[in-house]
Design a protein around this ligand. Structure first.
Ligand code: TPP
Ligand code: MG
Length: 548
């Protein structure tokens, strides 16, 4: 049977590992969405709004490597654009399929709904332009070729792509064919030269360490990176955005590096190393302890996605995976005992009737985590506290350090749970962030997913209180919701829900959630200013953070 455009597109998305497509229905997207619902092996995952659908797709792609999102034209796709921009910033490949008015409507410049009423139809593709790495408006003639190109680009850049499908095009037969494009290959001479340069730099370095980066995980190179760590015998530290890119339960892990702000021992180790090998890291403000990290470029080996830099020398057309393999087979193993180990968050404080302080909360949260958990940590004080907990074996920690959109975590946890129903998803969110996208928990209930959700209720935007001039200024206050009643109101049947205000209640809730075979939703009430160390340090250094 001849294939339609949309059947072709969906077939290729299925081939690359997409089993679920997130979205919100809309008439210009009906032909696309009818096909999604009918496609064997692909599930339609309806969301409450397009922004949430974009975040859910982001969470899914972080776990699976790639995802897809379907929206309608104009108001639909623009609702998702901030999530797509976040995915761009954070190297998360998402296929954004948007349904457009028919080609006839476009050619006749008809004033149809979801347009600005001026007969223009390409504005929204233009708006998407800067936040995707490639885009196409599909026709029957270009469908096969453009699908391959977008797949190729999404994987090459590990960033979102945009595909607009006019309503009349989706069900047309595809015309033309194209071979799948090859993923780029390294120039072997350059890989060799880069390998030599790195080995020689390491040979003359008495001390050296690795900073593995989240990009390595996004590209799917964790095991190759682990092989390199093992073969080299070098210790590694990670920065905030890169947390858990490699298993944190291994002797090579020395802890979190956050410039001058945290862990002085780790900082001393990293900054005094004769060579630091970074692998796909980005030196952003929140990755470097507000730019207090000091890495001497002359002593830094930077392995990036498509090139490598050794001191001043750059080697282009060197793919990260190829240079890692080459190094692994040739690097000399350092046998020096690793003397530094990750600091623990300490023993939880607080007696049963005590209020929940940061010292009471974060060690308890850390203890709650178990092997293989997927931890989704929202921007705000909670992720800044948890980032310094050592993750259990194979547990992965996700946050959105660079884009930093509050509201990301709740739908991202939904997406992650769809992506990996066999793993426990644990969401940590501040209540201010949760207010942005809280309705998405209804989708978790609807699909029988069983996340554990902690909502930190500290009566406002604590991180902002700590960073702005007047902590008590009106814009940091929130409407007081009854958070623990939300699951019920949002149709989540059989969830364990509770609100805790003392350490004793918290302990009981943690125990119940750990044993529960249902989803859990725990509202944790603390004082307005109960903050873990990093936000306090940021508070103390806020003048330098913003005075640059
Ligand atoms: C989309 C978006 N809007 C606004 C901000 C600014 N912002 C950063 S953190 C924050 C407050 C977070 O508060 P909450 O979730 O309650 O966490 P807390 O710091 O109180 O633990 C805000 C408003 C943002 N990062 N993203
Ligand atoms: Mg708060």
């Amino acid at each position: 049977m001849p294939k339609t455009v949309i059947q072709h597109v969906l077939g290729r998305l299925k081939d690359i590992g997409i089993d679920d497509i997130f979205g919100v229905a809309g008439d210009f997207a009906f032909p696309t969405q009818d096909a999604i619902v009918q496609y064997p092996g692909i599930n339609w995952i309806g969301c409450c709004n397009e922004l949430n659908a974009g975040y859910a797709a982001d969470g899914y792609a972080r776990v699976r490597g790639v995802s897809a999102l379907s929206t309608t034209y104009g108001p639909g796709e623009l609702g998702a654009i901030s999530a797509i921009a976040g995915a761009y910033a954070e190297n998360v490949p998402i296929f954004h399929l948007t349904g457009m008015p028919t080609r006839t409507a476009q050619h006749k410049r008809q004033v149809v709904h979801h347009t600005l009423g001026n007969g223009e139809f390409d504005f929204f593709a233009k708006m998407a332009g800067p936040v995707v790495c490639a885009q196409a408006i599909i026709s029957p003639q270009n469908a096969v070729y453009e699908t391959e190109r977008l797949i190729d680009q999404a994987f090459y850049h590990r960033r979102p792509v945009y595909m607009a499908i006019p309503a009349d095009v989706a069900d047309q037969e595809v015309l033309g064919s194209a071979q799948p494009l090859d993923q780029p290959r390294s120039n072997p001479d350059n890989v060799n030269a880069a390998t030599e340069a790195i080995l020689s730099a390491l040979d003359s370095a008495e001390t050296a360490c690795i900073l593995p980066g989240m990009l390595a995980k996004r590209i799917g190179l964790q095991s190759r990176l682990q092989d390199f760590v093992d073969a080299s015998g070098m210790p590694f530290a990670t920065m905030f955005a890169d947390k858990s890119v490699l298993d944190e339960q291994q002797p090579s892990f020395i802890g979190m590096y956050d410039g001058k702000l945290m862990n002085p021992d780790v900082r001393a180790y990293v900054e005094s190393s004769d060579q630091v090998v970074t692998v796909g890291t980005l030196m952003t403000d929140f990755n470097t302890g507000a730019f207090t990290a000091r890495l001497d470029p002359a002593k830094t080996i930077a392995i990036q996605h498509h090139y490598t830099r050794v001191g001043q020398q750059e080697f282009h057309d060197v793919e990260m995976g190829d240079i890692l393999s080459s190094l692994t087979s040739r690097v000399k193993r350092r046998s020096k005992e690793i003397s530094l180990h990750p600091a623990s968050l300490g023993l939880a404080t607080g007696n049963s009737s005590d209020a929940i302080t940061a010292g009471a909360l974060y060690p308890r949260w850390a203890d709650f985590l178990r092997p293989d958990d997927i931890v989704i940590a929202e921007t705000g004080t909670s992720s800044m506290g948890l980032a310094f907990a050592q993750m259990p074996k194979r547990a992965t920690f996700y946050n959105q350090t660079l884009w930093g959109a509050i509201g990301w975590a709740t739908p991202a946890a939904f997406g992650a749970a769809v992506a990996a129903p066999e793993r426990r998803v644990v969401l940590f969110t501040g209540e201010g962030s949760h207010q942005e996208t809280a309705q998405e928990i209804s989708q978790m209930g609807r699909r029988g997913l069983k996340p554990t959700i902690f909502v930190l209720n500290n009566s406002g935007y604590l991180i902002e209180r700590l960073l702005c001039k007047d902590p008590n200024i009106a814009y940091n206050d929130l409407a007081a919701w009854r958070y623990s009643e939300l699951p019920h109101a949002l149709g989540c049947e059989g969830w364990f829900t509770t609100r805790v205000t003392t350490c004793g209640e918290l302990d009981q809730a943690l125990q119940q959630a750990a044993q529960s075979s249902s989803a859990s939703y725990i509202e944790v009430v603390t004082d307005e200013y109960a903050a873990p160390p990093l936000p306090q340090k940021l508070h103390e250094s806020r003048d330098t953070l913003y005075a640059r």
